[in-house]
Design a protein around this ligand. Structure first.
Ligand code: GDP
Ligand code: IMO
Ligand code: MG
Length: 427
């Protein structure tokens, strides 16, 4: 039995796409199980760069079944755009399966995302404005529309009418903006339904059958632990469960079936969007790392906030995900820095804290306590063996693993599939 969950250990954009692409070489199936097109996963193969938002990164291989499971929220327009984008680059999507239970992102969700951010003003969350939060709100409120509904046109028409009437009343009365036209929306979504029909399946059965048959299944997490709605920096989080348990819920797979949980750790920290970030570098060094690392959002193009690696965050990630290994990415971005810092604890009103605070007010006031390690001067982009890394780079990696008590299983030293150092058998 081999089911591997890959999660982001920080605030997203850790390089999950790159790590998934590397692991997918050995997998039979790749599953997206939460989030939606707020994700932006980049994979570089040779001279080609692919940016994926909804479709699992395994699609780039010709022989992997790719599944969008029930925990994902799907904007069909974005999905079709992504399928076209891949088709234009010679990549077929007939190996894609989509859960009938996945919820749909409707145009009113994206509108509501923008209106609510606008109303929050300076307190905004800095969402991706893709309608993710409002779609998950409707799911929890039990007024969501699902992929499977599109395949039952008459029932869909009735449900849409009921939901849209309510949404339009809200737009008019609470926001004083125009609503959406029922007939137009109905026709658009029913035609989406016909396009989706060949891909729709009971994905929990497909995934469990594959695991039981001894296939290798890879779960591609989106976002990161600190963006989890329960275990992240609430309210500055996304509306799904990026932690490992989210794979079980979002894919319909029991926890007993998961064999490994790998956390992807960027060798420093980044965050896009608002909210607390204790080890943030609000100085020239932060800008320098942003520039050398081209740290701009894959989905929204926003500059990412940059900070030192934070082992308090990583210890939290190790615990709430039950990490069995870490994959450290972007180590090459640190080439040439004379010294590196790692936050090893926080100080709160003079007291030392080892664990990430569970209280939003405290998080705003903590001061990181840093440990300083020497940097390395050479370029590590071409290194393919752990032993060939500079001593200082090995010491940095070893210290990270030691601080969080999780073994290092992979190091990434560049964007391409080949710039990767696996340390152990990964499945
Ligand atoms: P994801 O959302 O976690 O999949 O990460 P993104 O794709 O949004 O952002 C990660 C960025 O880092 C992408 O541009 C990747 O191509 C790039 N990347 C991944 N691993 C490495 C690495 O080891 N070195 C460098 N220089 N870039 C990397
Ligand atoms: P990947 O999978 C980084 C952030 C947004 C915002 C918060 C809520 O590429 O790592 P949302 O639109 O989800 O309601 O926004 O979450 N966010 C991400 N940050 N990487 C992502 O995905 C993200 N997806 C959402 O910036 O702060
Ligand atoms: Mg990303």
């Amino acid at each position: 039995m081999s089911a591997v969950v890959v999660v982001g250990a920080q605030w997203g954009d850790e390089g999950k796409g790159k790590v998934i692409d590397f692991l997918a070489q050995q997998a039979d199936m790749v599953v997206r199980h939460q989030g939606g097109n707020n994700a932006g996963h980049t994979v570089v193969v040779g001279d080609e760069e692919y940016r994926l938002h909804l479709i699992p990164s395994g699609i780039l291989y010709g022989d992997k079944l790719c599944v969008i499971a029930s925990g994902v929220v799907i904007d069909p327009r974005v999905l079709f755009e992504e399928m076209d984008y891949l088709a234009r680059r010679g990549i077929g999507t007939d190996r894609l399966r989509i859960s009938s239970q996945a919820h749909l992102i409707m145009p009113y969700h994206a509108r509501m995302d923008a209106l609510s951010e606008d109303r929050l003003g300076v307190n905004k969350l800095g969402t991706t404005l893709r309608g993710i939060g409002p779609a998950y709100m409707d799911k929890a409120a039990r007024v969501g529309l699902r992929v499977g509904d599109l395949l039952q046109p008459q029932a869909f028409a009735v449900r849409l009418k009921r939901v849209l009437d309510e949404k339009n009343r809200l737009f008019a009365r609470a926001y004083d903006v125009e609503g959406f036209d029922y007939d137009e929306l109905l026709q658009t979504y029913l035609s989406y339904g016909e396009q989706l029909r060949p891909y729709v399946a009971n994905t929990s059965v497909i995934i469990n059958d594959a695991i039981d048959a001894g296939s290798r299944v890879l779960f591609e997490g989106a976002q990161g632990t600190m963006l989890d709605i329960d275990h992240g920096t609430y309210p500055f989080v996304t509306s799904s469960h990026p932690v490992a348990g989210g794979a079980c819920i979002g894919a319909g797979v029991g926890p007993t079936k998961i064999s490994q949980v790998y956390g992807v750790v960027k060798a420093y920290t980044s965050r896009v969007g608002d909210g607390p970030f204790p080890s943030e570098l609000l100085n020239a060094l932060g800008s320098d790392i942003r520039d050398r690392g081209h740290e701009y959002g894959t989905t929204t193009g926003r500059p990412r906030r940059i900070g030192w690696l934070d082992s308090v965050v990583l210890r939290h990630a190790a615990r709430v995900n039950g990490l069995t290994g870490i994959a450290v990415t972007r180590l090459d971005v640190l080439d040439g820095l004379p010294e590196l810092k790692i936050a090893v604890a926080y100080r709160y009103h003079g007291e030392l804290m080892q664990e990430f605070p569970d209280n939003a007010e405290m998080i705003d006031e903590v001061e990181p306590v840093y440990e300083t390690l020497p940097g390395w001067s050479q370029s590590i982009n071409q290194v393919r063996q752990f032993e060939d890394l500079p001593d200082q780079a090995r010491a940095y990696l070893t210290r990270i693993s030691e601080l969080i008590q999780v073994p290092l299983v992979l190091v990434s030293v560049g964007r391409e599939r080949t710039n990767t150092i696996p340390l152990t058998a990964l499945f």
